[in-house]
Design a protein around this ligand. Sequence first.
Ligand code: ADP
Length: 469
Amino acid sequence: MEIIHITAECYPVAKAGGLGDVVGALPKYQCKAGHLAKVIMPMYRTKFLYNNNFTVDAKGTASMGNLTFEYTIIKEATNKLGFDLYLVDINGLLDREKIYGYNDDSERFTAFQIAVVDWLSKWQHNPNIVHCHDHHTALIPFMMQNCFAYRDKLKTIPTILTIHNAQYQGWMGWDKANYIPAWDSWKQGLLDWKDTINPLASGIKCAWKVTTVSDSYMHELRSNSNGLEKLFEYERGKCYGILNGIDNEVWNPKTDTYITNHFTYKSLVKGKQKNKEQICEQFGLNNELPMFVFIGRLVGEKAADVLPAAIAAIMHSFYGQCSVLILGSGDPAIEWELASFNARYQGYYYADIGYNEALSHLMYAGADFLLMPSRVEPCGLNQMYAMRYGTVPMVRSTGGLQDTVKDMGEVDGFGIRFNHPTVEDIHYSVSRAIEVYQDKTHLNWMRKYMMQIDHSWEGTVAAYDSIYG
Ligand code: ADP
C-alpha cells in the first residue's frame, strides 16, 4: 500500500513534541511491514536540511488568494530515515527556522497544504491513502474533495486524519476563505465551525476516517475538545482510538546514542545509578536521593502552572529527602518561576529551561520517577519512554496516561496514578514514591516489569492497517 503522510513535524527533521516522534516512526515501521510509506512536510531551515543530501523532485506554481507562489519539492537522497522524505519549499513562508509560532502560521500552513494537493494532483498515479496529521494538514481532505482544480483527480483517494492534539484547531476568519482554491460555495458548512473556518473540524467532517492516539482520549473528546464535542459525538461512527507506539530503535537503554551508560532490565540497578550519577554531577544534586523529573512543554495542558506550588510543597515536606529536575520550555511566567527556585533549593532542585533532546534521554535513563500531572494527554510518549528506561511514571489518570500506566496498588501495577492535577495529589504521590523508593525489592520488580512491556510500533501499524481497509 502506498501511504502518504502529510505533517508539520517529523523526527529527526523537525520536532516540537509527540507529533514529531510519531510521524518519524510510524512510516518507518509501515515500510518494515511491507508498505510504501512516504512523508511530506515543510522545508524549514533546520540542521537536518543542511546536514543531508536532497534532490529536486518537482516544481510547481499555485495560488492562495491573491498570492501566486512557486513551490519546490525536494527528496532526501538516501532513504536514511527508512521512508521517502519530501520537503516542500515555499519562499517567504516556509523558509524559517522554527516550526510554529509566527503571526502568519495560517498563511504558511494553508500554502503548504495547497502546494501538497497541487503536487499530488499532478502525479501519474494515485496513492492508496492520504494520511493527514493535526490541524496543519486537516484542510487537505476538503481540498481533495471539493476544490475544482483537484477533485476530479483526487476525490476517490481515501483520507485519514489523525488527531494528536485537539486543543489546537487552526481557526481562521471567514475573510480568509479565498485562500482555499476555488470551491463550491454551498460546501461552506464543511469548513465552518461556530462561524470561523476551523481546519480541524473540517478534517473531521471530510476525512474518510478519523483517529486519535488513545482510546481514552477519543472518548474524552466527546465531552471535552475545545468546542468540538458535538462534532465528535456526531462523527463517532468513523472515529477510532489507536495508541501510539514508541520507536524502540531510538528509545532503547541498551543502544541509546544519547547516553553513555547503557543497560538492560538485567543490569538496570547499576545502569540507572550510573546515569543518575552523571545527571547529579551536572546539576549539583545528591545521587543517593530519589530523583523526580518532569520533561515537557511548560503549558497549562501539561499542568505546568501547578509545578511551582507543587515543588514548593514538596521541598517544604521532603526537603533533603529527594531531588527534582525539570526540563522544559513554554509559558515565560512558568519558566521564570521554575528557574527562580534554582537558587532557593540549590542541591535538591534544578530547572533547565529549554529544549534538549540529549538531556531528555539522560533523564529518562537516570531518574527514578517521571511526573506527568497533565490536564490533557492524548497519548503521552514520555511515560512510555520512562517505562522503557525503568523510570516509574507518576501520572494523572487521563487520556493515554490512563491507558498505559497501572497503579502500583493494583495487581502487576508499576506506576503511580492520581486523579487531579493539583498540588495535593502531586504531593501525596511524591510521598508514595518516596516510600516505595525505600523498598528496593518492590521498586526493582516494578522497574524490571515495565522495562519489558511491549509498546513497539508493530501492533500500532497493524491497527492502522485495519483502519485503512
Ligand atoms: P506533546 O506532544 O504534547 O508535547 P508527548 O508526550 O506526546 O507530548 O511528546 C513529548 C515529546 O517531546 C517527548 O519525546 C519528550 O521527551 C519531548 N520533549 C518535550 N519537551 C522537551 C524538552 N524541553 N527537551 C527535550 N525533549 C522534550
